[in-house]
Design a protein around this ligand. Sequence first.
Ligand code: DX5
Ligand code: ZN
Length: 214
Amino acid sequence: MVKVAPSVLSANFAELKKDLDMIKACGADWIHYDVMDGHFVPNISFGYSILKDISKVTDMYLDVHLMISHPMKYVDEFIKAGASLITFHVEAMANETSTRELIQHIQNQGIHVGLSIKPTTQVDEIEKYLDDVDLVLVMSVEPGFGGQSFQHQAIDKIRKLHSLKNGRHFIIEVDGGINAETGLLCKEAGVDVLVAGSYVFQADNCQKAIDSLK
Ligand code: DX5
Ligand code: ZN
């Protein structure tokens, strides 16, 4: 069954603990934590200190999505803060050597590593890393903001990644504009994890919203 990872970007930060307890009770599998630096993306969210506080009050799997330039500089802080998985963007890396180094570096700390592609980046560009990563995150919106509309080219990328799995261990996650309808298209294409921000947090009944994604 598909996993659902609500994005805390859409939570009420003044009531964060309450919102985290709520999504857990509603059946969320992971917490998706969107880090934005105002440089790699045109928006700023939060850094590792809030993650540290979150990890103290939840036992949920912490799925950290770094939308930042120079991820190598900051990953250790996110690992120390309790990340279960760190996903970085291939577009933030200078070359193949630094990308491979960062994948290795994160795995060496004993946590999972993911690689993400923006809507304009093709699967071909990350095919060479598929033996080494635990997760590929397909962005179905331009990273930077919650509440945008799903871009359908993500479906073909998910399908392609699914066909490239044969024996490899990575799983596929999709992020941006996910609701019951777009989530179903992604599931049919072979996705393993659905990130959903506004659809879950703005729902009157988050359990119904999460059930409809599963
Ligand atoms: C976008 C973030 C997403 C976003 C998803 O840059 O990576 O995780 O919060 O929000 P919705 O589900 O509202 O599109
Ligand atoms: Zn995200």
